[in-house]
Structure formats: C-alpha cells, structure tokens
Design a protein around this ligand. Structure first.
Ligand code: PAF
Length: 280
C-alpha cells in the first residue's frame, strides 16, 4: 500500500492510474478505523480497480469548543487495517498540505437547504467543513466511486446533493450502519463513554426502532411519537439535540407519504451520539 503525504504525490499517482484506464473507489476517513469503516472499505474494494482511502482529522469541520484535540488518532493500527483490506493507497495529509493559507483564508463550499436543520442547526459550520474537505479530496483523488456511511445520514445526503449540483462524475454509494451487538451504532467517539453511559447508550437506537414501529402502525402522529421518544431519552440521562423525522432524500419536512427517515442526536455526558433509521 502506498502511503502519500502530499497532494502532488497523490495527483501524480492518480494521473498514472487514469492513464492506464484504471478506475478508483475512494473511502475518506478521519482514522481510528472500526468495523464501520472496514465495511465501507470492503464495499469500495468491490467497486473499482484501485481502492484509495484518506486519513485526515479535518480541523475545518470542528467548532472551537469541539473535540479536535482529543479526537482519537491511531495511525499505525489504521494503516495495518487498510493494508489488510487491500487498500492501494492511503493519503495522509498534514493541515498545511490541504490548507496552506490557514483555515480562515480557505474557500469553502456550502450545500444549501439539506444542511439547514439537524447537524446544521446544532453544529454550525460543521457540514460546510465536511463538504469543503470532501470536494477537495474528490478533486485530488478523482474517484469513480466514493463510499460514505449511512450512520452520518445528513452528511451522506449532503454529499450526494453536492455531487449532483456540481455535476461531479462520481457515483456516491452508502454503506449500512454497523452496530455493536446491543444495537449501538459504531463510532470512534463511543470509546469516550463511561461504563455506565455505555450501558445506556443503546437506548438511542432502541427508541428509534420503537418510534419506527409506532409510525408504521399509525398509532398517533409522528410528531408526538418523536416528542415522546425525546422525553424518554431525557429521562434516561440523555441531553437531546433532536429526535425528528423528515423526507429521506431531501431532509425537508415530510409531505404526504414519501419515504422518511428518523434522525436523532443526543449527548450522554460529554459524548455526542447520532443515529437514524429509515421508515418505509
Ligand atoms: O465521516 C467522516 O469521517 C468525515 O466527516 C469525512 C467524510 C472523512 C470528512 O472529513
């Protein structure tokens, strides 16, 4: 596996593969790889001749009070996992390689509408940081296919929209959320949960599943089902940012009977958890 630290080297390799007529699948990450990432790598591996990944804890997507400095970094272990998953190249840029003028001076990308609510409301600037870095990485890697996890549902849908709006010749595909046996969605941040918090953490998914069943049965309005679920989470010690449902493709308020998704984000102690479930 090639390990590349600067964008000129990356572009040269990509250019060479393109010259040979080879296709590229791309799985961007922030490292600290767990089974969720590995499932995306396996999906990527099936899609193209070359599999490229990146490990970059992107400072532009963290607000000043967030956990940029504490974000888990496990480079050696990650590179081993990438090699085991037959990754051809990993891009390991420095901040300077991607933001040579500094963060304040860089051009950013804003994807409208789909980013206004949910993470956009509770983490201002976060999604712009993600769209900006992803577009930069797409420009460098020039993938035919890019793979994102459904766990970050809004992120995935936002990138789909960006690719469509900007006519990027990339197929965005999504991998299913990978869960611990008790249902908790895998996330690099789960390791920050205390033992007691970890025991409660799977309630987020349980309540999403229960809410989906109640919506399917049409018992009461979806709004009140979501409100009740949020209250139950609060009683169990979560601080809820949102527990809501919306149109699955646009994340706009649901109109009529279009396919929906329930999205939830809540904090347990210092750890913020997000999860979702699609509702047919
Ligand atoms: O989902 C992530 O790990 C990050 O948001 C991404 C897509 C790698 C961009 O930094």
């Amino acid at each position: 596996m090639l390990q590349v630290h600067n964008h000129n080297e990356l572009s040269a390799q990509v250019h060479e593969w393109k010259r040979q007529g080879l296709t590229i699948a791309f799985v961007p990450t922030m490292g600290n790889l767990h089974e969720g990432h590995l499932s995306l790598l396996r999906l990527g591996r099936e899609q193209a001749d070359k599999l490229v990944s990146s490990i970059f804890v992107n400072p532009l997507q963290f607000a000043p009070h967030e956990d940029l400095d504490n974000y888990p970094r496990t480079l050696e272990q990650d590179c081993k996992a990438l090699m085991e998953h037959d990754c051809d190249l990993v891009y390991l840029p420095t901040d300077r390689d991607l933001y040579p003028q500094g963060l304040q001076q860089t051009t950013t990308v804003h994807v409208p509408d789909i980013t206004e609510d949910f993470e956009g409301r509770f983490r201002p600037g976060h999604l712009d940081g993600v769209s900006t870095i992803v577009l930069k990485l797409f420009n460098l890697v020039q993938p035919n296919v890019a793979v994102f996890g459904k766990k970050d549902y809004q992120q995935w849908r936002m990138i789909e929209k960006m690719v469509q709006d900007l006519n990027l010749p990339i197929d965005v595909i999504a991998g299913e959320t990978v869960r611990d046996p008790d249902g908790l969605a895998m996330s690099s941040r789960n390791q920050f949960l205390s033992v007691t918090e970890r025991k409660t953490a799977n309630q987020l998914q349980s309540l999403l599943v229960q809410a989906r069943e109640k919506i399917r049965n049409g018992e009461v309005s979806a709004e009140s089902i979501c409100q009740q679920a949020a209250q139950q989470l609060q009683r169990r010690g979560f601080e809820v940012d949102y527990f809501d449902f919306c149109n699955r493709d646009t994340l706009a308020p649901l109109q009529g009977k279009s396919p929906a998704v329930l999205l939830a984000a809540a904090r347990l102690g210092n750890t913020r958890l997000i999860d979702n479930i699609e509702v047919d």
